[in-house]
Design a protein around this ligand. Structure first.
Ligand code: SF4
Ligand code: SF4
Length: 345
């Protein structure tokens, strides 16, 4: 790893310079009720260059927005369909390692095999600057146990690790390397004591974390060995508010609808997801899984079982957001323990 170093002052200069190179500079700032949220701070808004905790929502909201117009339709037979392209260049600053891993998983979903053009356009024009964590962002996060923090291993263009006198800097892609070369006057080579300090911070963060055996967990779920009472409890608690699927950095499900006015209109895609009864309703109204508990079960099965089979890793990155937001006090972390402990005999 080629570790560079940048001072606090030079990081400000670096960020200001980068803002001039993109259409939108998406960074964390303090918002309503002191929450930290990503927003476009290119022209206004006070960016947090370093911060404790995590943002309310991940960068997913910019790459897979809640609603997005895909194309315009004009005329019926022989009419014209024109795609709506989003080619804005965006730099994301201060993305946490868990969300960086989530981006890698989303890339696989949207860009491997059948390529999703709208997602591809946005990703091709995006740069990700990750900010490693110095301490857990909340009591609910379990990144250390699931292996997504405190530093990102991949999926970033540039990664910063905060230490006392500034930041260690590494590039994770050709794009990141080119940016660091362009602004090389702002960076110096880190010293052995810088590296030692960063290792100590990261080690302190990760100590006492017991890795989750997610392959064993996936096996238990695949073999349908989780006690029915665990699923029943989840089904009773879920009030279908959709908070979990809204905040999750790896939820990728969507539906499309045409909004027409006569023979003109638009096709819109919107985020959809497991808790909704209508999500898997079939033509003719058939419901393969009519019970509500099965809808939220699908959320857990997808992340902890299906994706382990498909990608070799879970698509829960342990950010804890769904636990934080759930009014029914449902915890995917608790579910993991319950599932491991309550295997049917
Ligand atoms: S946040 Fe909780 S209550 Fe809301 S849909 Fe998700 S599991 Fe159900
Ligand atoms: S399932 Fe929950 S804890 Fe896991 S990545 Fe999604 S929001 Fe974070």
């Amino acid at each position: 790893m080629n570790k560079l170093f940048i001072t606090h002052e030079d990081l400000k200069t670096f960020v200001e310079a980068l803002k001039k190179t993109c259409d939108e500079f998406i960074g964390p700032s303090r918002q309503h009720l002191n929450d930290i949220a990503f927003g476009d701070v290119k022209n206004d808004g006070e960016i947090l260059l370093n911060y404790d905790g995590n943002t309310i929502l991940s960068p997913r909201t910019f790459l897979l927005p809640q609603t997005e117009t895909l194309f315009e339709i004009k005329g019926s037979i022989g009419g014209k369909v024109s795609s709506i392209e989003d080619k804005k260049s965006r730099i994301f600053y201060g993305v946490r390692p868990c969300d960086t891993l989530a981006l890698s998983l989303m890339r696989r979903f949207f860009l491997e095999g059948i390529v999703d053009r709208p997602y591809q356009d946005k990703m091709e024009n995006a740069t990700f600057i990750t900010l490693a964590c110095a301490k857990p962002c909340s009591e609910r996060s379990f990144c250390r146990e699931i292996g997504s923090g405190p530093v990102a291993k991949k999926g970033f263009d540039i990664q910063l690790v905060a230490i006392n006198r500034g930041y260690l800097v590494e590039s994770g892609s050709k794009k990141g390397g080119a940016i660091l070369r362009k602004y090389k006057k702002l960076f110096i080579v880190s010293t052995p004591s810088d590296i030692k300090e960063s290792k100590r911070i990261l080690k302190d963060f990760a100590k006492e974390a017991k890795p989750i055996n997610y392959k064993r967990l996936a096996g238990i779920m695949r073999d349908d060995l989780v006690k029915e009472s665990v699923w029943d409890d989840i089904g009773l608690r879920c009030v279908i508010c959709s908070g979990c699927i809204t905040v999750c950095p790896t939820c990728s499900c969507f539906s499309v609808t045409d909004r027409m006015n006569g023979t003109s209109g638009v096709r819109v895609r919107y985020c959809d997801g497991c808790p909704y009864a209508g999500f898997t309703r079939m033509a003719g109204g058939a419901m393969p899984k009519p019970d509500h508990k099965d809808h939220i079960r699908r959320f857990f099965e997808h992340k902890l079982n299906v994706d382990v089979e498909r990608y070799g890793v879970p698509s829960c990155v342990g950010c804890g957001r769904c636990i934080e937001t759930c009014p029914g006090n449902i915890s995917i972390r608790k579910f993991i323990d319950d599932a491991m402990a309550s295997v049917k005999k």
